[in-house]
Design a protein around this ligand. Structure first.
Ligand code: NAP
Length: 343
């Protein structure tokens, strides 16, 4: 198969660099264009990027000349890792010019004709998209972990209420993020806008399509979001109430029995096993489990009864991979494979 050329908007930032690292040697996609701010435009990628990934800058990307965000692009597929102050207009412009946008930014998540796509949960939401303004968004990184963590239970027993507490990694704040002085030996109990995003995005992600629009799920979520001194990996603890009741064993079976639409499609970024289920009562932990097995998977542990709501659990997911660049790449793979986009 001839590789499909792709562009990255905001390729010099934290999420942009993750795209560059993950797309190196991707079997279907090849990075051909990168944009960033006017400070970087006109320079080689290597000379204007403060590279923070542990692998070297891929050879074929080093000398790509950075474009401005209003320059013509030749790649049909465009991954966006732009700062939200500019992402809204820039993504809209490229979409209007016929590009397929896969965005990590918050700007279009609530647009009526853009889904917040997590293919394992809501691939059918793609039917609401406007083909002349093709913008597929990713959920916020914490919402992604939460949504995947609760979906097998919701699908079978219908969650009505939940309380989620996040312990979010520093890498989720972009680079350089909070200063060492602020975050070391500390917990910061506020992340601007995050709780509202979690509480509203989850309703859209779990919604159902009726008459070409997404009817939001009635789930009621209350979020506490915290920044903690962890480099990568967002951990969430969740207490939840369901409409139909189940035993803990039945709740556990939801994960063991879950079958994802993406598993046998041959998508390079689809995890072979979506859930790593832990029985040890001190797991999952970001330090031990974030890179184990597959960074596109979600780790689940401590399934137990809740004395106020019905059940509680701990979940862990990689924020810049599953919750950002890797999630977008999977979305694009799904759209290519199902021919929702024609390349
Ligand atoms: P970042 O490190 O600050 O990178 C921002 C990128 O946007 C850089 O490439 C920057 O280019 C570019 N940019 C900034 N101002 C611009 C302008 N006026 N015109 C054109 N380009 C401009 O941010 P990030 O953490 O990678 O986040 C990128 C997006 O992903 C944000 O919308 C964020 O909310 C979202 N997101 C982040 C995470 C995460 O875990 N970090 C997870 C999910 C979603 P220069 O290098 O030239 O300044």
């Amino acid at each position: 198969m001839k590789k499909i050329k792709v562009a990255i908007l905001g390729g010099t930032g934290a999420v942009g660099q993750k795209f560059v690292a993950l797309l190196d040697n991707h079997p279907w996609f090849e990075i051909s264009e990168i944009t960033a701010s006017s400070n970087s435009a006109g320079k080689t990628y290597e000379s204007c990027t403060n590279w923070r990934e542990i692998t070297p800058i891929p050879e074929r990307v080093r000398n790509i000349i950075i474009k401005n965000c209003d320059e013509k692009l030749n790649s049909q597929i465009v991954f966006s890792a732009l700062d939200s102050s500019v992402a809204g207009d820039v993504e809209k412009l490229y979409a209007k010019n016929g590009h397929y946008i896969f965005s990590n930014s918050k700007n279009h998540r609530m647009s009526e004709r853009s889904p917040i796509l997590i293919p394992e949960i809501n691939a059918d939401h793609l039917q609401i998209i406007d083909p002349k303004n093709f913008i597929v968004t990713n959920a916020n990184c914490t919402t992604t972990v939460l949504a995947l963590a609760i979906y097998p239970i919701h699908q079978k027993y219908q969650i009505t209420e939940l309380i989620v507490t996040s312990m979010q990694a520093i890498s989720g704040a972009g680079y350089p993020g909070p200063s060492a002085n602020d975050i070391m030996n500390n917990v910061i109990p506020f992340i601007d806008g995050e709780e509202q995003k979690v509480e509203t995005e989850i309703k859209k992600i779990l919604g159902t399509v009726k008459n070409s629009t997404i009817v939001f799920d009635e789930i009621c979520a209350s979020a506490h979001c915290n920044r903690v001194p962890v480099f990568d990996g967002h951990t969430v603890t969740v207490s939840l109430k369901t409409k139909k009741k189940a035993t803990i064993q039945e709740i556990e079976n939801c994960y063991n029995d879950f079958s994802s639409i993406t598993t046998n499609m041959g998508l390079p970024f689809a995890p072979k096993k979506l859930y790593n289920l832990f029985t040890a009562n001190n797991r999952p932990q970001p330090k031990l489990d974030i890179f184990s097995d597959n960074t596109m998977a979600i780790s689940i542990g401590r399934l137990r009864p809740c004395s106020i709501l019905d059940y509680k659990l701990v979940a862990l997911g990689h924020n810049t991979i599953r919750g950002a660049a890797g999630g977008s790449i999977l979305n694009a793979e799904y759209c290519v494979k199902t021919k929702i986009i024609s390349i």
